[in-house]
Design a protein around this ligand. Structure first.
Ligand code: ZN
Length: 145
């Protein structure tokens, strides 16, 4: 017997009503059991969310750090032999080999100069000297660029 039936014990009522009360009692205790199990599940889920939230925060932090370090990364240009960062600033390959980041400035007419140690790098796209082999205004001459 459930609680409602207990409360109505001794009260006289038609048999049909009594059966209805018993069945409502059953429904009532099913719902109660369901609420208890949902409460337990809720607690369980809350206990899982906290560590997951921490993990998400840590992953976000790692992604941010990875993005920052990618911005710092230098790429080697096999054509010029120079290093460049994400914003295409050029860096001295000699100094970078020693772990130092020194920017290059353009040195007229066809090279770059290390701003810190004076290393000089020749631009491979510089025109051949006049009168040299293959010079003299062909389609690859710098004058046509
Ligand atoms: Zn240098």
């Amino acid at each position: 017997m459930g609680r409602v039936a207990d409360a109505l014990r001794g009260v006289s009522m038609p048999e049909q009503t009594r059966r209805k009360v018993v069945s409502l009692d059953q429904e009532f205790s099913d719902v109660e059991a369901e609420i208890q199990s949902l409460k337990a599940e809720n607690l369980h889920l809350k206990a899982q969310v906290n560590p997951l939230q921490r993990e998400v925060d840590q992953l976000k932090e790692r992604i941010q750090k990875a993005e920052e370090s990618r911005a710092d990364e230098l790429t080697f240009n096999a054509h010029t032999g120079l290093y460049a960062d994400a914003s295409e600033r050029l860096f001295c390959p000699t100094c970078w080999g020693e772990g130092k980041r020194h920017q290059l400035k353009v040195e007229a007419p066809w090279g770059w100069r290390c701003t810190a140690a004076g290393h000089y790098f020749h631009n491979p796209d510089a025109p051949k000297p006049h009168g040299g082999r293959g010079g003299g205004g062909g389609p690859n001459s710098w004058m046509t660029r």
